[in-house]
Write a protein that binds this ligand. Structure first.
Ligand code: F6P
Length: 308
């Protein structure tokens, strides 16, 4: 996200527009927690995780009164357009702000879940996956040496992108995601077949939003079925949401920040900027909120075939 902030500031400045950083999201906007940003203020941040502008959930912004306060603060500062970085909640707020007050808004997709419609990738996704792969490679050593079956929970409350792609990258024996119905019997069958083929250890990746339950729940069910498995559970949790961003993420965020500003100059007023097949793409905010990025079924099949 810092790379995107940097790109927005420097692109806008290049074209003669002043930029203000709003701290703590919509809450900070309502409170007037706003600071003019110069080029030097965004120096040395591209390699830092998180966001220098911080983030917050705002209950006040959900009310018409709160949004009116926010709009008045923007008016006072002479702010004529808003760039927001985030996901569904952020974009819903931006869209309402535009509808109620006509202020042009431009969303930049920032979520490790990669589930926003209108961009091939979202900021944070690649970094999160690299963190997951590094962790699973390490866990694989214990799994293999001790003949253990590991259930590893990765983030993805509603989306299985992290699980699916890290599963392929680490050669996971099975991948459980929220987009497909998970049957315990299928998992048990896979494990049995693996045993028959002489595989005595395994990695099962469970997206936190999987319908069979989280990793603990799934491990319990497998163990109840066959107590001979030596099972272990690892929940990777918030290590997935931090750390120095990958090259892919830095470049993507820079690209999206740059095109967010250009989009506003073009007169777009309620859009999300994404990157599809390498090119900038603008999606109406209401569409980006309504639809989800769809999981690629072919990759599911590929994961199944390669895991035997
Ligand atoms: O942004 C969505 C997400 O990455 C989910 O996959 C996960 O459940 C959630 O964030 C965790 O966020 P929080 O820090 O609010 O628990």
């Amino acid at each position: 996200m810092n790379a995107a902030v940097r790109a927005v500031v420097r692109t806008a400045m290049t074209y003669g527009t002043e930029v203000y950083g709003i701290y703590r999201g919509y809450d900070g906007l309502i409170a007037g927690d706003i600071v003019k940003l110069e080029s030097k203020d965004v120096s040395g941040i591209i390699q830092r995780g998180g966001t220098i502008l911080q983030s917050a959930r705002s209950n006040e912004f959900r009310t018409q009164e709160g949004r009116e306060k926010a709009f008045n603060v923007m008016k006072t500062h002479g702010i004529e357009g808003l760039v927001t970085i985030g996901g569904d909640g952020t974009f819903t707020g931006a869209n309402i702000l535009h509808q109620e007050f006509g202020i042009p808004v431009m969303g930049i997709p920032g979520t490790i879940d990669n589930d926003l419609f209108g961009s091939d990738y979202t900021i944070g996704y690649d970094t999160a996956m690299n963190t997951v792969v590094e962790a699973i490679d390490k866990i694989r050593d214990t799994a293999g040496s001790h003949n253990r079956l590991f259930f590893i929970e990765v983030m993805g409350r509603d989306a299985g992108f992290i699980a699916l792609n890290t599963g392929i990258a680490t050669g996971a024996e099975d991948i459980l995601i929220p987009e497909t119905v998970t049957y315990l019997d299928d998992l048990i069958l896979t494990l049995k077949q693996n045993k028959r083929r002489g595989k005595n250890s395994g990695i099962i990746i469970v997206a936190e939003g999987d319908d069979l339950g989280g990793a603990y729940e799934v491990a319990k069910k497998v163990k109840e079925h066959d107590s001979s498995y030596s099972t272990r559970v690892t929940v990777l949790g918030h290590i997935q949401r931090g750390g120095s961003p990958s090259v892919q993420d830095r470049v993507l965020a820079s690209y999206l920040g740059y095109h967010a500003v250009l989009g506003l100059y073009k007169g777009l007023s309620h859009h999300m900027v994404g990157r599809i097949n390498g090119a900038a793409n603008y999606t109406d905010l209401s569409n980006s909120i309504k639809h989800n990025n769809e999981i690629n079924r072919e990759m599911l099949e590929l994961a199944r075939i390669l895991s035997i």
